[in-house]
Design a protein around this ligand. Structure first.
Ligand SMILES: Nc1ncnc2c1ncn2[C@@H]1O[C@H](COP(=O)(O)OP(=O)(O)OP(=O)(O)O)[C@@H](O)[C@H]1O
Ligand SMILES: [Mg+2]
Length: 260
């Protein structure tokens, strides 16, 4: 098993590294030779259209899907062969596409479930208290069923639940999905604050390139499972060709495709 205490000390050091990763579902190739780095205290965006391989990347890091080739290292230790529960206990929390909130449970119960996956002994009280500090609107609704929350609140709850595991790395799969633009902005602000204030390394998967680039430090664009371009997020939004061809954005920066 990988070491209990990750081997990085300095903020900005790579906490997670993906090297030459290739993944297939039977005959369907989903990722080919993908490499990227996630520094602590920063946001790394992975952008790409439908089917680009974004979810597959996160599921492979989480141990839900096995890679065919390549290496995933966390704090310098290889984690590519670990089971999902080992990966989360080491400090990598995953907020899945569609959020994965359990609607039949209350807000507080959802957060308590997240605290089960802490690296050391579960401390429900601390996990719940931290989540409510970060997301005060959830504290007001703690005894309500998650089913009664708005889309934005559910996304906050999904993030709060992941944070209750006290991760060092947060994997976010399309947090803006289905949210109105103003709510998306609020969610992006929260994610940005988390990375800056707590030193969390965030891997942010988004089809919504303009929102993700507005808070990301680095970005990688995937197309049909391959890295098309990778670099600083600040310069990526300048490339009209990139945005049009791979990210489904029109010239005004709006999204061409509806729905997702
Ligand atoms: N369980 C699966 N079995 C077979 N093929 C799959 C499976 N999951 C994904 N794929 C295929 O792998 C490729 C990458 O899919 P993936 O879901 O990772 O893309 P994505 O970038 O997350 O797309 P989206 O933006 O629609 O969420 C696609 O060709 C998809 O059809
Ligand atoms: Mg996806």
């Amino acid at each position: 098993m990988a070491q209990e205490t990750p081997g990085w000390e300095k903020e900005g050091q790579n906490v997670l590294e993906v090297d030459h990763l290739s993944v297939a579902y039977g005959p369907v190739t989903a990722l080919t030779d993908v490499s990227l780095e996630v520094p602590s205290g920063a946001i790394t965006a992975v952008l790409g259209a439908n089917g680009a391989g974004k979810t597959t990347l996160l599921r492979t890091i989480s141990g839900l899907v096995r890679a065919k080739e390549g290496r995933i290292s966390y704090g310098g230790a290889e984690i590519g062969r670990l089971a999902p529960e080992q990966v989360v206990r080491l400090g990598i929390a995953h907020v899945p596409e569609g959020r994965g909130v359990i609607t039949e449970l209350t807000v507080e119960e959802n957060i308590r479930l997240g605290a089960l996956w802490r690296r050391r002994a579960p401390d429900y009280q601390e996990g719940v208290a931290t989540a409510f500090e970060l997301f005060p609107p959830l504290a007001d609704r703690k005894r309500r069923l998650a089913a009664t929350l708005s889309g934005g609140e559910r996304q906050m709850l999904a993030i709060a639940r992941a944070l209750a595991a006290k991760p060092e790395v947060l994997l976010l799969d399309e947090p803006s999905l289905g949210l109105a633009p103003l709510v998306t902005e609020e969610v992006m602000r929260v994610i940005s604050r988390l990375a800056r204030d707590s030193g969390l390394g965030v891997l942010l998967v988004e089809q919504n390139a303009s929102s993700a680039l507005s808070i990301a430090d680095g970005a990688t664009v995937l197309n049909l499972g391959r890295v098309v371009v990778s670099g600083k997020a600040a310069t990526m939004g300048d490339s009209d060709e990139l945005l049009r061809h791979y990210l489904g954005l029109d010239e005004s920066g709006g999204r061409r495709k509806g729905g997702k």
